[in-house]
Design a protein around this ligand. Structure first.
Ligand code: C5P
Length: 299
């Protein structure tokens, strides 16, 4: 048996270039791993019934229980590479919002890759396999803070310091990533979309480790698209700002809204305002950066 813990992510900046011929957009992004976690367990069985999957936890509803689940595919891919049968139980405990723009599905895939590699003791290039499965999977393996380019899968550690406190407003219904990218293309159809780039002001604020300055320079090109599909997100973001958040943005392709806060008091102020507004589902607190996928039990 192997158990792996893996964090969610938030993008502090997400700059989206034009739609490429491969159906993907070139990105420039800054990832931060935050302390909302999924746990993925992999247990070898003696029978030959193949892969079985179970999903539990506060965020389990709506998670696919077949090969549509990226974690399932991760285990199947490693088994194929290693030439071993997939007679394992895959148990996912969800704490990361589902279809929320926090890369929960990619996190499970990253954790499943690491669990399968550890269980079967195989020598495979996880980073390459991870990028093939999904653009956010490599970052879930790496964790910390990183600048992403390409599809978001080409990573270099960010020159950044500091500790960041977050409040997350989780929506009651998710948004599909391809539909948000599609809405982004429609909104920009008449524009000459420039190559993606990260604002120098954000990188300076991160080098200084100054949450106040980072809060002023958060940005997400997918935010107008997510708001066009779920207009109440504009009100959610405004509410957090009105209650003193250092900065706010839609996380990734949304619809989770992320609020950077100065500390305990501000987190409570923003959290209470959001939970009593009726505009969102759960309100969660987290901090970052935290490490990427890690084996927490093996035996
Ligand atoms: O790689 P991932 O499976 O997360 O991508 C899901 C979808 O999001 C892609 O099929 C594509 O429509 C969109 N996407 C994109 N550009 C990226 C990453 C994702 O258009 N860089």
């Amino acid at each position: 048996m192997v158990r792996v813990r893996v964090p969610a992510k938030v993008n502090l900046a997400l700059s989206v270039g034009p739609l490429g011929a491969d159906g993907f957009h070139e990105l420039a992004t800054v990832f931060q791993a935050v302390s909302l976690y999924d746990e993925v367990g992999l247990t070898q069985r003696g029978d030959s019934d193949g892969l079985r999957i179970a999903v539990t936890g506060t965020e389990a509803a709506g998670v696919p229980l077949d090969a549509a689940n990226l974690a399932w595919r991760a285990v199947a891919n490693i088994a194929e590479a290693a030439g071993v049968p997939t007679n394992v139980d895959l148990a996912i405990v969800k704490g990361i919002p589902v279809a929320g723009g926090m890369a929960g599905g990619s996190a499970d895939a990253a954790a499943a890759f690491l669990a399968a590699k550890t269980l079967w003791d195989v020598d495979v290039d996880l980073a390459a396999m991870a990028a093939e499965l999904g653009s956010d999977v490599p970052f879930a393996l790496m964790g910390g803070m990183a600048v992403g380019s390409g599809r978001g899968d080409q990573l270099v550690p960010a020159m950044a310091r500091g500790h960041y406190e977050w409040v997350f407003a989780v929506a009651t219904e998710g948004l599909s990533t391809p539909s948000v990218y599609g809405a982004c293309d429609r909104l920009r159809v008449d524009q000459n979309v420039p190559a993606p780039a990260i604002a120098a002001d954000l990188m300076l604020a991160l080098r200084q480790g100054d949450p106040g300055a980072v809060g002023k320079h958060l940005s997400n090109d997918l935010q107008p698209a997510a708001i066009s599909l779920a207009p109440h997100l504009a009100e959610v973001l405004a509410l957090g700002e009105d209650h003193g958040a250092l900065g706010s943005l839609v996380s990734g392709s949304g619809p989770t809204c992320a609020f950077l806060v100065a500390g305990e008091e501000q987190a409570l102020e923003v959290g209470v305002a959001l939970s009593s507004s009726g505009l969102c589902g759960a309100v969660r607190r987290a901090a970052g950066p935290v490490g990427g996928a890690r084996v927490v039990a093996h035996g």
